[in-house]
Design a protein around this ligand. Structure first.
Ligand code: CAA
Length: 260
């Protein structure tokens, strides 16, 4: 499939999706979000693909937000009637059961920060800058930022960032648990692709199950989360990959996965 605003490449079992509007700092207009939704659906549907990486083209930005020029033309009724952002972003989050990583290479602001936070985890370049500056435009986060940022870094910092619109650098983002790791700028893509390849080499059903369990921690009480964890664990013990994984350990060899 060919796209106008993103590029998609398969490297062995890893899908690399790149936001590709560098002149607009990869701002997320409707076309980008529509194409991203298609690309994530294609990744989810392709059984040869086991992990994905999302990054931004150019040296400056992952994505500097939703496209302000496009939004400035829209009336409130358009946003409301189109349930703006939801058709794309909810689809990506809910329907991508397989793992994916955001490799944040520069500005991740507004919708860009929110898109990065939809990933299973973030690897950031030392040049990355995160922020929810919507308040400066007379609005507020609209793709989950007020919720995901608060869950990631806590109320005090999230509130400060939303109310002042200030940016957070990579080092602070790592210290605040917004990102998993910070790496030198030139090594970002390589590092993210290697990490993705490492995940892609795991038993695929166990990868989906691990993702589902960790996400349950955000959506349920501890008691409910523990039940979900136990049930998924018990289901996995019936898989062919469990048999193979444990046999491979005992026989001191690499496992060969069937994904079931
Ligand atoms: N939408 C549309 N275009 C954008 C954009 C955005 N979010 N961010 C940057 N651009 C465009 C600029 O208009 C500029 O285009 P032109 O060359 O045609 O003028 C180009 O990208 C380069 O940007 P700058 O010249 O501004 O670059 P800079 O290095 O001086 O500044 C920046 C970089 C600090 C990131 C600055 O561009 C900026 O503040 N961008 C807007 C950030 C923002 O407010 N994001 C939130 C958007 S609202 C949102 O996302 C809602 C939501 O919750 C979903």
């Amino acid at each position: 499939m060919s796209y106008e605003t993103i590029t998609v490449e398969q490297r062995d079992a890893v899908t690399l999706i790149t936001l590709n509007r560098p002149k607009a700092l990869n701002a997320l207009n409707s076309k980008v979000l529509e194409e991203l939704t298609e690309a994530f659906a294609a990744y989810q549907a392709d059984s040869s693909q086991l992990c994905a990486v999302l990054t931004g083209s150019g040296d400056k930005a992952f994505a500097a937000g939703a496209d302000i020029k496009e939004m400035s033309e829209k009336a409130a009724a358009d946003f409301y009637l189109e349930d703006f952002f939801s058709p794309w972003t909810s689809e990506i989050v809910k329907k991508t059961r397989k793992p994916w990583i955001a490799a944040v290479n520069g500005f991740a602001l507004g919708g860009g920060c929110e898109l990065a936070m939809m990933a299973d985890f973030i690897i950031a370049s030392e040049n990355a800058k995160f922020g929810q500056p919507e308040i400066k435009l007379g609005v507020a986060p609209g793709m989950g930022g007020s919720q995901r940022l608060t869950k990631a870094i806590g109320k005090s910092k999230a509130m400060e960032m939303c109310l002042t619109g200030r940016m957070m650098g990579a080092e602070e983002a790592e210290r605040s648990n917004l990102v998993a790791r910070v790496v030198p700028h030139d090594e970002l893509l390589d590092d993210a692709m290697k990490t993705a390849a490492q995940i892609a080499a795991m038993p695929p059903m166990a990868a989906i199950a691990n993702k589902e369990m960790v996400n349950a921690a955000f959506e349920t009480s501890l008691d409910q989360g523990l039940v979900i964890e136990r049930r998924i664990f018990q289901i996995l013990t019936a898989s062919e990959d469990k048999k193979e994984g444990m046999a491979a350990f005992v026989e001191k060899r690499e496992g060969k996965w069937k994904g079931r």
